[in-house]
Design a binder for this molecule. Structure first.
Ligand code: SF4
Ligand code: FES
Length: 333
């Protein structure tokens, strides 16, 4: 981490300032070494002044040197590597052109960078971008963690489709020797391929995504386990596979034109808990989503279910909720 001017100035200004003031005082009060103690004092002040100047130069250099990945020598090495890319190909190896549309937060535009990469038939899009980061351009910002379709962090748009980069094979998705990668645009863009999930997570939190029991004591002093039949389990299990990757929200045409719509992920989780025989929130959950901005804004495009890498089927969950609400409302009359 770089040292800030503020923190460094707080240390070095007195160190430089005190000797300078003393020297000024000395110059204006006749320059002479009266006693040995004066000489020692002046020498100590001179030492401090030199140390302070050197420290200031050090901070200055630290603030103005380029980040390590822009080190020219290293940069030219990576370019060389790029130029010297091994172009031997066979049925298991290809040279692919990866076009990455990177969001520039300064210009607020997507800028396309293109890279040539040697990939084998097992390379995922995530592996390929990490390869580019390692060998050609370490400045690409992206998010990932598990590399195995579990954490939901690596969502991006490959050849126009929202997918998990770690689960998307490059060989199978090449179009005329190239693939195009862009950030999801159904979420606010932060930088390059990274999107902001704050709003997505708060929408999820707003639907009370946990099992509610009427008996508060039972939560802490449970006497026995909850027994569920296979039928009861099958009602909510498919919806519980959500990994919160946000691909369904990115794919949803309604969310993209109507930001007030809570979106397919949150609604699928309402169904997940509503269908769980252990949950006792009952009609309160239905009331929660019986709104224009919730289930009634869904136009059943089905793009969410098509995009979901875990087979959660948010479109189905919304239709099930609508059916429950209609039944409940007719039952009331
Ligand atoms: S429902 Fe599917 S696509 Fe949507 S966030 Fe969950 S796992 Fe991702
Ligand atoms: S890195 Fe975790 S889902 Fe892709």
């Amino acid at each position: 981490m770089r040292r800030s001017w503020l923190s460094m100035s707080a240390v070095y200004t007195p160190m430089l300032g005190v000797p300078v003031l003393l020297y000024l005082y000395m110059i204006f009060n006749l320059l002479h070494f009266g006693t040995a103690a004066d000489a020692v004092l002046y020498l100590a002040m001179a030492g401090l002044a030199v140390f302070s100047v050197v420290s200031f130069i050090d901070v200055f250099v630290d603030r103005h040197r380029p980040p390590h990945f822009l080190n020219l020598q290293e940069d030219s090495r990576t370019r060389e590597h790029h130029a010297d890319i091994d172009t031997t190909v066979d049925e298991n190896v290809r040279i692919v052109e990866v076009k990455i549309k990177r969001f520039n937060p300064q210009s607020k535009k997507l800028e396309e960078n293109s890279y040539k990469v040697r990939v084998d038939r097992f390379h995922s899009v995530l592996d390929t971008i990490l390869d580019i980061k390692r060998k050609q351009d370490p400045t690409i910002a992206m998010r990932y963690s598990c590399r195995m379709g579990i954490c939901g962090s690596c969502g991006m748009v490959v050849n126009g489709k929202p997918v998990l980069a770690c689960e998307t094979n490059v060989f199978k998705n090449m179009e005329e020797g190239s693939i195009t990668v862009a950030p999801m645009q159904g979420h606010p863009l932060l930088k390059d391929l990274v999107t902001d999930f704050d709003d997505f997570f708060s929408r999820h939190a707003s639907i009370a995504p946990n099992i509610h029991r009427k008996d508060e004591v039972e939560k802490y002093e449970a006497k026995k386990e909850y027994i569920q039949t296979k039928e009861e389990l099958s009602k909510f299990l498919p919806f519980s596979y959500c990994i919160m990757c946000g691909l369904c929200v990115d794919a949803c045409p309604v969310v993209n034109i109507n930001p007030m719509f809570i979106g397919p992920q949150a609604l699928s989780q309402v169904q997940r808990y509503h269908a769980d025989s252990r949950d006792q929130l009952g009609v309160k959950r239905l009331d929660m989503v019986d709104k224009l901005t919730h289930v009634w804004d869904c136009e059943f495009a089905g793009a969410c279910s098509e995009a979901c890498p875990k087979g959660v089927d948010p479109a189905l969950s919304i239709q099930l909720l609508k059916t429950e609400i209609v039944k409940r409302n007719f039952g009331r009359e």
